[in-house]
Design a protein around this ligand. Structure first.
Ligand code: ADP
Length: 430
């Protein structure tokens, strides 16, 4: 959980530093175009950067130093600005500024961990994690960072609420096992197995919580960071569009997660009802094909679909929304987990059933995980989770929906070769 939180903070400060960097580059361009003198451009962008503050009590901000190194902009520690670092009262700060210049001289950009005076927090020196990047045309270095105490505080809040929840589970479990032991019907071996299962489920729940907080926090940070930048920066329409598109994508990612959570909660609460209507499956398949084609092609993947029945035979009675949701989930995964090659999907008629199939040439699934991917919380448990965003709920929702419609779902897969997901729904022609 700690790693996830820190990772999402890192993503946030990298994004923000790059955005601050583009602000510098924009002003540099205005000077190059003769719209401003070099001096004017620098002064104006300094003012802009100085005003960008965010985070708790606005205690997060950007700063600029140069390679000398000297502080050029610091909204809070103004006493450091334009002063020889040899004169700093705090030798720790000197080291930090020197190290930032070193990182940028050798690597052009990078993370740095150190301790800094947190403004507005009664002079407390707190651990901080920052990202810095050089802006070569002016030999400036721009950076922003987060105070780690906030991260720790969040971790402890999450831990508290999750331990409360697990505490309640544990308590019920205890009463239950005390009761059955009392009745003398449980062997020791059974108890051990139950304990192992409870531990496994606890572990999955913790991983799920950590993953969820990452999945929600990452887009949220994107939305807040870029909304802030939109407000303060003097932006071209092009940049504005770009920032708005990031806000939009982040919003969409949030919405997907929230929808998944609502769906799974409805399923768990037994409130997901079947709504059988006339459905033209050829139309459905065609619609989904057209929907995913641009995304697949953008990734360089070819995508094909097949609909062997004629339109009259393809008119069936089923839950159209659920069938649509399952197909979308499976094809979305096929696109997500395939780097090159192709995706093919469609259906075939097998006596009383239609069998839908979604085949990809993607990363595949290891044998030891294949049985668990339809369970809730499972994506949170994979090692390379960071690479593929997602909450790990899509397949469990899909499998619940398929079962509700009276069918079955399965997968065959080979790592590095690809996967074929298939599911059946009863064939009830209209
Ligand atoms: P999510 O994609 O949000 O993680 P899902 O429930 O849809 O959640 O999938 C669960 C896990 O199954 C994924 O994290 C991934 O490891 C694996 N998976 C699903 N579809 C594919 C696929 N087409 N190729 C490879 N792995 C897949």
């Amino acid at each position: 959980m700690r790693e996830n939180l820190i990772e999402s903070k890192k993503e946030m400060i990298v994004d923000l530093t790059h955005t601050g960097w583009s602000l510098l580059s924009q002003y540099h361009q205005r000077a190059a175009d003769g719209e401003l003198t070099g001096e004017e451009a620098r002064e104006r962008v300094k003012e802009r950067i100085r005003n960008i503050k965010y985070g708790p009590d606005n205690s997060y901000y950007f700063w600029i130093i140069d390679l000398q190194p000297q502080v050029i902009v610091h909204p809070y520690n103004t006493d450091l600005v334009n002063r020889d670092i040899a004169e700093y009262d705090n030798p720790g700060f000197r080291e930090v500024v020197l190290e930032m210049a070193d990182i940028c001289r050798t690597e052009k950009q990078g993370f740095i961990e150190y301790e800094w005076d947190r403004v507005g927090y009664s002079g407390s020196i707190e651990p901080k994690l920052s990202f810095v990047r050089i802006f070569e045309p002016w030999d400036w270095i721009i950076g922003t960072g987060v105070y780690m105490n906030d991260v720790e505080e969040k971790i402890s809040t999450i831990t508290k609420s999750s331990s409360l929840m697990f505490g309640a589970f544990g308590f019920l479990g205890l009463i239950f096992s005390a009761f059955i032991s009392f009745n003398g019907i449980v062997t020791e071996r059974r108890l051990i197995r139950a304990k192992e299962q409870a531990e496994e489920s606890d572990r999955l729940k913790s991983a799920f919580l950590a993953n969820m907080s990452h999945e929600i926090r990452t887009p949220m940070n994107g939305i807040m960071g870029f909304a802030d930048l939109l407000r303060v920066a003097d932006l071209t329409d092009e940049k504005k569009d770009y920032y708005l598109s990031i806000i939009n994508q982040s919003g969409e990612r949030m919405l997907n997660i929230i929808n998944d959570l609502i769906d799974i909660s409805k399923i768990e609460a037994g409130q997901a009802d079947l709504n059988v209507v006339k459905t033209n499956i050829n139309e459905l398949v065609g619609y989904i094909y057209n929907f995913f084609k641009p995304e697949a092609e953008k990734k360089g993947l070819s995508i094909n679909c097949y609909q062997p029945l004629d339109d009259e035979e393809a008119m069936i009675m089923t839950d159209k929304d659920k069938l649509y949701a399952v197909l979308v989930n499976l094809i979305k995964n096929a696109v997500k987990y395939t780097k090159k090659g192709s995706i093919a999907f469609g259906y075939t008629k097998k006596s009383e059933y239609l069998e839908f199939s979604i085949e990809d040439t993607g990363i595949g699934i290891k044998e030891d995980r294949i049985n668990s991917i339809f369970e809730r919380f499972v994506q949170a448990d994979i090692d390379d989770r960071e690479v593929y965003e997602g909450a790990g709920l899509g397949l469990s929702i899909s499998s619940a929906y398929v079962r509700m419609m009276g069918g079955d779902i399965g997968v065959v897969s080979e790592p590095d070769k690809g996967s074929r997901f298939f599911f059946t729904v009863p064939y009830h022609p209209v």
